[in-house]
Design a protein around this ligand. Sequence first.
Ligand SMILES: *Cc1c(COP(=O)(O)O)cnc(C)c1O
Length: 363
Amino acid sequence: MSVDLRSDTVTRPTPDMREAMAQAAVGDDVYGEDPTVGALQEQVADLLGHEAGLFMPTGSLANQIGMRLHVGEGQEFIADSLAHVLRAELGAGAALGGMTSRTWQAERGLVDPEVVLRLMIPEAGPYQVSTALVVLENTHNFGGGTVQPLSSLRTIREATADVGVRTHLDGARLWNAHVATGVPLRDYGACFDTVSVCFSKGLGAPVGSMLVGSAEAMTRARVLRKRYGAGMRQVGILAAAARHALEFGLTDLAEDHRRAASVARAVADTHPEVVGSDDVRTNIVLLDVGAAGWSAPDAVHALAAAGVQAYATDPRHLRLVWHRDVDDAATELTREALLALLAGDPLAASDVPRNSAVLTSPR
Ligand SMILES: *Cc1c(COP(=O)(O)O)cnc(C)c1O
């Protein structure tokens, strides 16, 4: 048996989902004529309490276009130093969008409104860069699936709105935050001018993301999407997968959370320096294996030899992500492999056969 915990993007569509895709009504979505895309856009905009939505091939594009709606050339957005928009979108904000950025530091990605508001410079005048946008992430990926408290989001929303600064949420895993806390998706949505969400993570669709915002903003986003080369035609086939994922995948996320937390607690029992017993609330387990003397790449290789694929987010941290294709038996295998790893000798790790492929990981 082996288990792939590198990311929740690795799921494969179920036969039911494939059937829904095969049956989808389609049209040319560049002309706005695909009924399945239209239905998905309305559904998700409504869930998040926004006027309109725009289907996107990837979460990165949804973020980049969302950010460009608010940030002019040479203006800045601010985000935390571990944000996906900065660490994992290959510099698109600068390379394609002409945006500059500054960062704040956040332990496990948890946002502190005071720190954000201190960094923000709304009207910097003609000699300095003005902050146009605050970008937040919920749940926070490289922070370890961290859920942002609604009260913090509301504080930032009020303070930024007062001075004309916009807010964008990278909500690739907002579904997980919603399921973990019970906070309605609309309450999260109300704190932001635009929100991106992914169907291709824990929900289990093969492809697809959505940007939501005002109708006027989505009209401008449609132009940008075409300019980026992502105007798509009979894409209802993919929107059908997303609709299926929302209908059947959302509540299952609680199972991923339960399994992830059980492994984190087992590790915390014997190695509290590696993970805190209350750190894991969603589907991501971030382990500071460096604190137990392991380099993260060595730990990745040792776990791979035991049938568990994980991802090294940096030289000392391992990330394991639960998803629909990981059941209780695979979770148990993972728990045992981790406990054996941490009980073992990091210096003997060089004996483990190396396979460079295990280090390249999806997000
Ligand atoms: C996965 C992810 C995205 C989008 O990734 P794509 O691979 O471009 O779909 C954006 N933000 C976060 C936090 C993510 O985890």
